[in-house]
Design a protein around this ligand. Structure first.
Ligand code: 5AD
Length: 432
């Protein structure tokens, strides 16, 4: 949404600031900071998260000015379509032409796109998705940090390596450890958005979780997403009051029978009620599902995308199912990379304007070129794992997670170089 380079405030009206990035205007809620025109700020997810000094801002802006427009040019050139982007398949060509004019594919058309087999047709779908991404979102790429504060979990999801019956070795970070890890990500590496993640009923009481969120908010200028499972309406309210403004909660699959089968004792409606209640409270929503779950059909995947959109997701989070040896689904295969890309690009065609689309760590675990491939197939978001190395491998929802052994410095360096090579600008990672 916004470049996390500094923006200048042009006006403030009823709790909303009009801010400008090199002349490009955006709106941002300023409930956390008192602002006047001429102030410089960092904004994130539609919120102003920090006011900074003019000296600091101008120094950063000077360093960014040329790079900013240079990166945009690289991206615009690579996303442009030409005469080679025309299919002789008239059905496909029609769907893509309409999608590029913002006519959303019907369910049948979406299914048709997911079922395409030949490489050339699939490439054309991805190229159209990339074109739409560039048209609506320019070259911005969100880079959220994710901090996995506990792998304790009361649920027994059939695919998950940290489910209650998986026999996983458990950890729970102390408040001091959490503050130290958040501080490193925010102060040293410039993250402006953090997702705090754990299993469900993760070994902290609600009061402790509230204290964690409030302590981070008190110490650091950051937009906090919570991802503690179905925390309950009371939990959502209290965590909002503590300062969190986003919720990451996947519904996993839109197929109610499959949901029930894979999540013993739980049901899809309760999950969806949660997501809807959170949206009503004002949370930014990140949600989505698993790609290639055993028992899920392509039609289920189309429904997953439609459901994500109807939940007002500001970010789509779809990643491949990866078999974990200590789960019931150990023997089932992961989906092919092209199926993952098919879902990302279809999501972009169906929700061109609004969606941030995440290239997930699960996809990165499936393919070493996931980020590059995903970002040129409609994706415009990545996450960097800021969990301390000593805990990182214990959060093994699936085996051999990408970046499991990399320091935060290595991950940030790699992510920035990769984005630069594609002409993308990181939007949640500051430039300090
Ligand atoms: N493969 C891929 N993703 C998984 N998750 C859990 N287990 C797996 C797996 N085996 C995902 C779920 C959950 C998120 C935190 O991790 O979708 O929502």
């Amino acid at each position: 949404m916004c470049y996390t380079i500094p923006a200048i405030v042009e006006g403030v009206h009823k709790g909303k600031a009009t801010i400008s990035y090199f002349g490009e205007r955006k709106e941002a809620i300023c409930e956390f900071v008192h602002l006047s025109p001429g102030d410089y700020v960092y904004a994130q997810g539609g919120y102003v998260v920090e006011k900074i000094s003019p000296v600091q801002a101008q120094k950063t802006l000077k360093a960014w000015k040329d790079v900013f427009f240079e990166l945009r040019k690289i991206d615009a050139v690579s996303a442009a379509l030409d005469s080679s982007d025309i299919s002789s398949n008239r059905i496909l060509q029609g769907i893509l032409e309409r999608a590029r004019k913002n006519i959303i594919p019907s369910k049948e058309e979406a299914l048709y796109l997911l079922n395409l087999e030949d490489a050339q047709s699939r490439l054309l779908v991805r190229r159209s998705a990339n074109y739409l991404r560039q048209q609506y979102h320019n070259n911005s790429c969100c880079v959220h940090g994710i901090l996995e504060i506990s792998n304790i979990c009361a649920r027994d999801c059939g695919y998950c390596g940290i489910s209650s019956s998986s026999g996983a070795v458990r950890y729970r970070m102390s408040l001091d450890e959490i503050i130290a890890a958040a501080g490193e990500a925010i102060n040293k590496f410039g993250f402006k958005s953090l997702v705090l993640q754990s299993g469900e009923e993760c070994g902290y009481s609600l009061d402790e979780l509230v204290n964690i969120v409030a302590s981070i908010k008190k110490k650091f200028p950051v937009l906090i997403f919570i991802s503690f499972g179905e925390i309950g309406i009371k939990g959502l309210k209290q965590l909002y009051a503590a300062g969190s403004r986003g919720l990451l909660l996947r519904f996993e699959t839109s197929n109610p029978a499959l949901y029930k089968k894979l999540h013993p004792g739980c049901n899809l409606d309760s999950r969806l009620d949660h997501l809807r209640a959170a949206y009503e409270m004002g949370y930014l929503i990140i949600t989505g599902g698993l790609i290639g779950l055993p028992g899920a059909t392509k039609e289920d995947l189309v429904n997953d995308i439609i459901l994500t959109s109807s939940l007002h997701a500001e970010m789509f989070s779809f990643g491949p199912f990866l078999p974990h040896p200590s789960t019931l689904l150990a023997a089932f295969p992961a989906p092919a990379e092209q199926d993952v890309l098919g879902v990302l690009s279809l999501a972009r065609l169906m929700c061109a304007e609004k969606a941030k689309i995440l290239v997930t760590t699960a996809y990165e675990t499936l393919s070493s070129s996931a980020r590059q491939n995903g970002l040129i197939a409609g994706g415009n978001s990545i996450m960097v794992n800021v969990t301390p190395l000593k805990y990182r491998s214990l959060y093994n929802i699936y085996p051999h997670r990408a970046h499991e052994d990399e320091t935060l410095a290595q991950q940030v360096r790699q992510a920035l170089a990769m984005l630069k090579s594609l002409g993308r600008g990181p939007t949640d990672l500051g430039s300090n």
